[in-house]
Structures are given as structure tokens and as C-alpha cells.
Design a protein around this ligand. Structure first.
Ligand SMILES: [Zn+2]
Length: 410
């Protein structure tokens, strides 16, 4: 009895129904109505295959198959079920469905693991609602406090803590969501690649050995508003003109990094944002990534310098660093095991870096971690047309199923 492509497809198609933007991709924000529907579906599926189901203080869902030895650490598998606005139906969800399929096979084959098996569906990986990604894994590893959940707000000014309360969760109990390192034997995530490498090489499976480090900067440029018709050009302090120069310079700095790093200004807000008003303030984000921490630090320093240097008597430039995570090496033993299992199943695989952040990189702080990629058609992701063939997803799950069977053995 093997993994079932039909079952995998049915789960994915069903979960894709839970979107706030039907016909325009998947929009599933944490603690939304769509989150609630997905949550109910996942819990019901987990119960149907005999797992004991629980949700932690912030809404992560766990389905546990008890091991022969209940006192031993669990092998944990899964991914996140939130999405970006108008995203695709595979990002995150394939890893959640992987967990369901692996646990289903244990159930159907009557396998009792020696070590407990836990499948997990994580909230708020994308950081869409509160501009704070990897929230679930950072909570589980003890980096998030109740106070922080009150400070994080969505674009309507509602805090993460209040959003959680509305959905029936409790930010005050966030400490109870922390998992001791001794309770997790290994964590394995399946994810779509979100880039073009596997699609172009024709390989079935990507086995990630390193996840890039990520730094996010938040830049505020302040000038002075004025009438677009009556203020002479030489008497303006235009925050947008300064910001446009900065965007160019940041791009140039990353280009000079010889492919070792990337930098993106992806969020850009102009105030007051009127057609006949000189912009008084601009707020923008910079996302900087590199495989090597030294390279990452160097580029971050260069970008900060360029921003500071752009300030003068009239223009004020402020920078904060809401997010910095160093590059993470994943577990070489699990990497090896995944590669061997791919080979034995007759799949072609390649060792690769992940340019995207994943919960796996946070779990790596407390447990040995493996991360498996399946190809993204044309490298497309965070887009309604995001696509991975079901038989490719099935191959990824086959490899993880074999690996989980080994990891949960005595
Ligand atoms: Zn994802």
C-alpha cells in the first residue's frame, strides 16, 4: 500500500475551496473565516485516521499517533496553512497534506511507531496579517511573548492577540505553546520549491541543505508636504524622490553581490498619497537574503549606510530591523536519509539551498530538521497560477513516508 495521488489531490482541492478570493487565487489569513473552515476540515481528517487532535494557544493544530514508547520525543511533520493574498493552492498546504497522507498510511497499514508521530498544521507563516513571518515556529521555539502578540497589529490596527481571541485562542497562554527540544526527535517539512531550479533541471526532489538568512528592514523617509502646483521645484523636500533614489541604490548594491545575495523593496507606502500633494513621507520594506551570514551582514550594513547617507537637513531617514534570521544548515544525517530514499524509490534528487524562509529553519534551533522540495511549474509561487503536478507531490510524500518510517522505528 502506497501513497494515493487521488487522496492527495482531493485534500488539496478541498482546502483550495477555503479562500476569501474565489477565482483569484488563495487568500487565507490566519484567524479568518477561511482559516476556521480549513481548521475544521483538518481536524476532522486527523480524527478520522485515529490521531489525537489538539490546538495550542495560538492555533497550531497537532495530530498525534502515540508511539510504543509515549515518553520518547515525537517525529514531527507538516507545514503551514495560511497564505499570502491571492496566492496559490500549494504553498504550505502540500506540507500539511503530506502530514495527513503519511499518517493515513500508518493508519491503513496498522503501523504503530516506536517513537510518537505528530503531524502539524501551522498558522501565520507568511506574515501577511501582522508583518511578522514564521510566527508559529517562533512561538513553538519560545521567541514570542504575549506582549509581542499585543504589539503586532494588522492593517486595521487590530492586534494579533485580539485576532487570536476572536478565533478562540489565547495569547496569554503563549508560553504553553513552547515545545521542549527534548519533545521533538526530528522535524520534516515538504514544500513547493517556489523557484525555477527543479522545474528546469527536471529533478523530482529537492533536498535542502541550507536555508538562506533573511533580514527585513523597515525604512521611513520623511520630507515635507506641499502643494504640487504652487511649490517651486527647488523648494521641495519630496520624500518619494529620495525614496526612489534609495530603491535604485539598494538594487545596485545587491547586483554587485555576484549572485551571492538578493535585496527587494516590495512594500512601498506614500503619504499622504494624493495626486496634487508633494509626498511628505514614504515607508518601505527591504528584504535581504544570502546563504552566508557574512555576506548577509555586509549587505545589510551597506544598505543601512546608503539610507543614512541620503538624509540631510530636510530629509529624515529612519531604519528599524524587525526581522533577522541567520542562514540555517539543516541536519546532514536526515539530508542523507532523504537522498537515499529518493534514490531507492527511483526518483532523481538534488541537494539545494532554499532562498525562501520556512518554519523548518526555526525548528532547526531545537531539533534535527529535513526540508524537501517538489517542483514549482515555471518557478511560480505566491501567485494564483502557482502549480505543482500531483504526481510530483506524491513523489515528495513517498520519500518522506519512507524516511518517517525509519525515524519512528526503535
Ligand atoms: Zn510556504
Amino acid at each position: 500500500m502506497k501513497t494515493s495521488k487521488g487522496r492527495i489531490q482531493r485534500h488539496l482541492e478541498q482546502i483550495a475551496q477555503f479562500t476569501a478570493t474565489p477565482g483569484q487565487g488563495i487568500t487565507r489569513l490566519s484567524y479568518s473565516e477561511e482559516d476556521k473552515l480549513t481548521r475544521a476540515y483538518l481536524k476532522q481528517q486527523m480524527q478520522a485516521i485515529g490521531l489525537s487532535v489538539r490546538e495550542d494557544a495560538i492555533g497550531n493544530i497537532f495530530g498525534r499517533l502515540e508511539g510504543v514508547r509515549q515518553d520518547l520525543p515525537a517525529v514531527m511533520i507538516g507545514s503551514h496553512f495560511d497564505s499570502v493574498p491571492n496566492g496559490g493552492m500549494f504553498d504550505g498546504t502540500v506540507g500539511v497534506v503530506m502530514g495527513l497522507e503519511v499518517a493515513t498510511l500508518f493508519h491503513l497499514q496498522g503501523l504503530t511507531p516506536y517513537y510518537p508521530l505528530e503531524i502539524v498544521a501551522l498558522v501565520e507563516e507568511e506574515g501577511t496579517s501582522f508583518s511578522s513571518g514564521l510566527l508559529a515556529s517562533r512561538t513553538i521555539t519560545g521567541h514570542i511573548t504575549t506582549e509581542m502578540l499585543y504589539q503586532l497589529v494588522d492593517n486595521k490596527g487590530i492586534s494579533a492577540a485580539d485576532k487570536m481571541a476572536q478565533a478562540g485562542f489565547d495569547a496569554h497562554r503563549v508560553a504553553q505553546a513552547i515545545r521542549a527540544p527534548s519533545s521533538i526527535k526530528a522535524f520534516i517539512e515538504l514544500h513547493i520549491e517556489q523557484g525555477p531550479i527543479l522545474d528546469q533541471s527536471g529533478d523530482d526532489i529537492g533536498i535542502v541543505d541550507v536555508i538562506v538568512g533573511i533580514c527585513q528592514l523597515h525604512v521611513t523617509v520623511k520630507g515635507r508636504a506641499g502643494h504640487a502646483g504652487t511649490t517651486p521645484m527647488n523648494m521641495r523636500t519630496d520624500a518619494l524622490v529620495t525614496s526612489a533614489i534609495l530603491v535604485q541604490k539598494i538594487n545596485q548594491l545587491a547586483l554587485e553581490g555576484d549572485g551571492e545575495c538578493v535585496a527587494t523593496v516590495g512594500k512601498f507606502q506614500v503619504f499622504p498619497n494624493g495626486a496634487n500633494v508633494i509626498p511628505s513621507k514614504v515607508v518601505f520594506s527591504v528584504d535581504i537574503r544570502a546563504k552566508c551570514n557574512k555576506t548577509l551582514q555586509r549587505l545589510v550594513t551597506q544598505i543601512k549606510q546608503v539610507v543614512i547617507q541620503q538624509a540631510d537637513k530636510q530629509i529624515e531617514c529612519l531604519i528599524t530591523t524587525p526581522f533577522y534570521i541567520e542562514p540555517v544548515q539543516l541536519d546532514p544525517v536526515i539530508c542523507d536519509q532523504l537522498q537515499k530514499n529518493s534514490r531507492q524509490l527511483g526518483f532523481s534528487s538534488r541537494i539545494m539551498a532554499s532562498g525562501a524562509g520556512h518554519d523548518a529553519m526555526v525548528f532547526a534551533q531545537i531539533a534535527p530538521v529535513g526540508l524537501v522540495f517538489v517542483p514549482s511549474k515555471n518557478g511560480l509561487s505566491h501567485h494564483p497560477d502557482e502549480w505543482t503536478d500531483y504526481h510530483q507531490i506524491q513523489k515528495g510524500i513517498d520519500v518522506i513516508f519512507e524516511t518517517v518510517k525509519q525515524l519512528t522505528k526503535e
